[in-house]
Design a protein around this ligand. Structure first.
Ligand SMILES: CC(C)(COP(=O)(O)OP(=O)(O)OC[C@H]1O[C@@H](n2cnc3c(N)ncnc32)[C@H](O)[C@@H]1OP(=O)(O)O)[C@@H](O)C(=O)NCCC(=O)NCCS
Length: 164
């Protein structure tokens, strides 16, 4: 069974395990660096200080930290927009968990911040993720070719948005 809940400081080990497992599989994410539990705890502590104001993270908890979705609120005149990121351990993908995480996080952002626009960026070669985003109603609004240098290869980055 999977439970969906807000992130807490006790998730620093689970979250660092998730990041390191994604880095190990060279997943299509924005980092290629391992993180220690200590460093992750520090980052999470800072994030939690403003959670609800600047960021929201919903965790999929199956006894282990299976994955999470984070929304970061835009600042000043962009305060009704948010940037989305979502990641799952390999064994929990393609079961509908990613879709559920995003729906819940966007629902909270609408409820708390009255967010009207959610944005994200994704590597063009990440077909699974793009398919999931499209199913949730995201539309492509741009692309920059060879924008990111990821594990020694230049990757095209696709920009998508959804109006809530
Ligand atoms: C991108 C990501 C978050 C998508 O989450 P996900 O949970 O795998 O996505 P979903 O399960 O919601 O949807 C994916 C597939 O599962 C299928 N699915 C959904 N619910 C299902 C269910 N109850 N039973 C069986 N299959 C199901 C969907 O139909 C879809 O399959 P499709 O190929 O037919 O379209 C996840 O793949 C991931 O973490 N990838 C690695 C990190 C990453 O790339 N993150 C994005 C960076 S931009």
């Amino acid at each position: 069974m999977v439970i969906f809940r807000y992130i807490t400081l006790s998730d620093s080990r689970g979250l660092s395990n998730l990041v390191n497992s994604l880095v190990k599989e060279k997943a299509n994410i924005g980092t290629t660096k391992h993180v220690t539990e200590k460093k992750q705890r520090k980052i999470l502590k800072t994030f939690l200080k403003t959670m609800g104001e600047e960021g929201i993270t919903i965790v999929a908890d199956s006894g282990v930290y299976a994955g999470s979705c984070t929304l970061r609120r835009g600042k000043k005149i962009f305060s009704q927009t948010a940037d989305l990121g979502v990641f799952l351990l390999k064994k929990y993908r393609k079961m509908g968990i990613g879709k559920r995480l995003m729906e819940l996080a966007m629902g909270e952002a609408k409820r708390i911040w009255n967010v009207r626009i959610v944005k994200l960026e994704v590597f063009k070669n990440n077909g699974n993720a793009i398919k999931t985003y499209k199913r949730l109603g995201f539309k492509k609004y741009g692309e920059i070719q060879r924008e990111a240098l990821h594990w020694g290869k230049y990757k095209d980055v696709v920009y998508m948005h959804k109006r809530l």
